[in-house]
Design a protein around this ligand. Structure first.
Ligand SMILES: [Zn+2]
Length: 257
């Protein structure tokens, strides 16, 4: 058998490298995002090699972030925001808007509601001048002003906001379900707050915990340009990562060939 000449060797190496990229790409779609073999094949044909390498890096990072020890899940959440940024805003300006748009476009309605249900916030306040308690869902103020809704549902005073996983329930989610055209607007607010938390760590070097590491809730605060906002989170890390992974799956499936 004749030996390959240098041109054939180079061609063989390029082919070999392409196969390696495709195999890694498909394996990660199956392992990290739960795609079927057929889905991974379809998606493999949609992207060029450079795009695939970027997605491979993002999925590897997501895989590590999800496997970070439960007690430091906040590191995983921070990394997952970087993963979304790497897909939505790599090398681009306006990362906050791109992060928000990516999430809004790729989350399902029930996932948006789930995220909104698990976080309560204060208004922004200066150090030692807040927070004004209790913390509220982002849609609370509009619900609270909706006399028509309150009269119809025989609601008097609502003292507390709470996550859907705890009792008693507040009425914010019920109100949102009946005003579902407001869903994306309030999700926008929540996502911007999550991005502020990321920026509190990255730009202000002020640690933020994001989620409780065991069942129950977490009270914490983050900085925004010298001010603060307090938040309470009820979300379990595994629920959060499930939503993030679905969101990234949707993004990949929505891309055209
Ligand atoms: Zn509420």
């Amino acid at each position: 058998m004749n030996e390959l000449n240098s041109e054939e060797v180079a061609k063989y190496e390029i082919e070999n490298r392409k196969n390696q990229i495709n195999n890694n790409f498909k394996a990660l779609l199956i392992k990290v995002l739960g795609f079927s073999e057929a889905e991974s094949d379809i998606n493999c044909n949609k992207f060029n090699d450079l795009e695939k390498i970027k997605i491979i890096s993002a999925l590897r990072l997501l895989q590590y972030s999800e496997n970070i020890n439960k007690e430091i899940a906040f590191m995983g959440v921070l990394v997952s925001i970087f993963v979304v940024e790497s897909l939505a805003a790599s090398g681009k300006q306006g990362k906050k808007d791109k992060f928000v748009d990516f999430m809004k476009e790729n989350l399902q309605k029930n996932e948006k509601i789930e995220l909104l249900s698990h976080f309560l916030f204060s208004d922004e306040y200066k150090f030692r001048e807040g927070p004004v308690l209790p913390l509220r869902h982002v849609m609370f103020k509009e619900f609270d002003c909706d006399c028509k809704f309150k009269n119809k549902n025989l609601i008097d005073n609502v003292d507390l906001c709470s996550s859907s996983k705890t009792s008693p329930l507040c009425y914010c989610l019920e109100w949102l379900n009946q005003n579902i055209d407001k869903l994306d607007g309030y999700l926008d607010t929540l996502l911007r707050y999550l991005y502020e938390m990321r920026s509190s760590i990255v730009h202000d070097s002020l640690p933020v915990l994001f989620l409780p590491h065991e069942e129950g809730s977490l009270m914490d605060a983050y900085s925004i340009n010298g001010s603060f906002r307090s938040y309470e989170s009820y979300m379990e890390p595994k629920e959060y990562f499930k939503i993030i992974k679905n969101c990234i799956s949707q993004y990949l499936k929505r891309q055209n060939s």
